[in-house]
Design a protein around this ligand. Structure first.
Ligand code: DQA
Length: 146
């Protein structure tokens, strides 16, 4: 299965950014663990701090080169109708991930524009949430091997 992972703003700072909330390893380090764990699949990773760049990346997925998307839009989760509109164009399943439990944090984090478009939302499981999201997409694809 070909799976794209998209991370939004400030997630390039994982490992350095509020480690008590977001953990102490970089996403690049975690991505190499994911790539090994799911070596039978094609994973690719994109991160941007820019809303338009994230939208461009989502639009690129419309050429059919991926079978599923894992997205953590970070703060854009709570603000970006434009990212939600781009996601609404996709026909592949979307798994929304948040490292922290957005439902137990400040009220402004508790609303997600992405959640209605996602087949699953995983929040508060740390980086392991990405692994769970990929497992979900693989299961949905009816493909049991990893
Ligand atoms: C986040 C939660 C968002 O509220 C926050 O703005 C982030 C990261 C998470 O992964 O827990 O940047 O999406």
């Amino acid at each position: 299965m070909r799976i794209k992972i998209i991370n939004g703003p400030n997630l390039n700072m994982l490992g350095k950014r509020q480690p008590e909330i977001y953990g102490s390893i970089s996403f690049e380090a975690y991505f190499s663990i994911l790539a090994t764990t799911f070596s039978g699949h094609e994973l690719s990773y994109f991160q941007s701090n820019h809303e338009g760049a994230i939208i461009d990346e989502i639009q690129d997925m419309m050429n059919g080169t991926y079978d599923g998307l894992v997205i953590n839009p970070a703060a854009y989760t709570h603000t970006s109708i434009a990212i939600a509109d781009a996601l609404a164009m996709l026909s592949v399943p979307i798994a929304e991930v948040h490292i922290s439990n957005i439902y137990e944090r400040e009220p402004f984090r508790q609303h997600s524009f992405v959640q209605p478009l996602a087949a699953v939302t995983i929040a508060g499981k740390g980086l392991e949430g990405y692994k769970t999201a990929i497992e979900f997409l693989i299961g949905k694809n009816g493909n049991a091997h990893n």
